[in-house]
Design a protein around this ligand. Sequence first.
Ligand SMILES: C[S@@+](CC[C@H](N)C(=O)[O-])C[C@H]1O[C@@H](n2cnc3c(N)ncnc32)[C@H](O)[C@@H]1O
Length: 190
Amino acid sequence: MGVGGADWLDRHERESEENPDGALDALGIKPGMVVADVGAGTGYMTLKMATRVGPSGKVYAEDVQPEMLTRLRQNAAAAKLANIQTVLGGETDPKLPPGALDLILLVDVYHEFSQPQKMLRRMRESLKPDGRLVLLEYRKEDPSIPIRPEHKMSVQEVKLELEAEGFHLDQVLETLPRQHILILTKVKVN
Ligand SMILES: C[S@@+](CC[C@H](N)C(=O)[O-])C[C@H]1O[C@@H](n2cnc3c(N)ncnc32)[C@H](O)[C@@H]1O
């Protein structure tokens, strides 16, 4: 997605089309948590998470497009949220702190990665031992969802790709209008 997509990310219809607060309710984002929004864009989900984790928590908002992060910082300032740290990542490394995160959220992002395996390895290192990696992706199994197929994913695709990289697909929630909520945990290595 180019930076021209920034207005689309902030469109009002997202509330009814995607129920983003319902997704965050289902994930149990709580005060004091340290979380990351990878591929954060303009910060639509970052701001909601920052409100939930509160001043004792923190949100790392990461993206590869500096223009998105500029707009995200403006949005955070307008919302008077001081617990957000923006991070300019690379195509193979989100540049997040190691072993620090309770949860990493990727909303409509994983399918855009040019080097998914390398990103997964780095994200795995950034999670705490019991941390969760969460993907929201439009349901590829449902042709009636009006999104191009290359921007959708099936549960089976996610399971195959992420379980090959040291994750376990722990839960799939189907409570949102258009997206799967895919919750992955780290497979313990002895
Ligand atoms: C469809 S937008 C979603 C933005 C945001 N998650 C939201 O829901 O509003 C996809 C975002 O992923 C970012 N992106 C693409 N490849 C990336 C990568 N390798 N690492 C981090 N972000 C990436 C893009 O720059 C873009 O901002």
